[in-house]
Ligand binder design. Sequence first.
Ligand SMILES: [Zn+2]
Length: 283
Amino acid sequence: MTVTRFAPSPNGPLHLGHAYSAILGHDLAKERGGRFLLRIEDIDGVRSRPGLADEFRADLAWLGLEWEEVPAQSSRTAVYGLAAETLAASGLLYPCRCTRAEISEAATAMGPEGPIYPGTCRGASFAPEEAAAWRLDVAEALRRAGPLVWLDERAGEQAARPDLHGDVVLVRKEADTPASYHLAATLDDAADGVTLVARGMDLFPATHIHRLLQALLGLPVPIWHHHPLLLDETGTKLAKRRGSPSLADRRRAGEDGRALADSLRQGRFPAGITLGETLSPDS
Ligand SMILES: [Zn+2]
């Protein structure tokens, strides 16, 4: 059975780009007689706004979508901690106390998510009480996992290249944000039985890391469907477009959500908005 999910973070309201992604995931599951899940990714402690999850549910219902909700990330932090301990116990994580500025200064190459961490803290030791982020030793992980591939429904088979990211953070320094997106989303998709990860092209590079984590943690491997992104006139991702009405704004203004959903399905977008395959430069 095909199981897809929509996994928004309650850091800000949903926009048309979110609607497009949710409708696509919903329709991919329904066309195949499968299940469509909603998961609230609410572990970004500083930015998370609890009331927004209810707005998201109202937005999805307004678009005419049906879903099953699975537990929010904030209820799963023990699972993330256990997985991190497993990786740390097998020598695949190391603590890092570098600041963003220090990394920018020391980095010599750019990866898909910014400067590639130059490995400054690999092999260093800290007093255990010192707050640190925990990074994955990607070279060692790849040595143990061997060559990996993953399948995107649209782009075909991909050789996994987690090395393009360098040693990513899996456990953050901030105590209220325990797991990085990479670790949490990978564990959640496995726990929720997601078989088809439908999400935007901006997350295509992250899949290299997720595939490696699946191998290291013995998790099932889904198929991916990375969809084009709604872009504004300047070619940037729509989600953060300034001044554009959110789904909640449209809903409260009395717009017909089902009609909007059908327009998006048919590729009819508001003026100035296009679908693009290019990766968002600001994501
Ligand atoms: Zn470091």
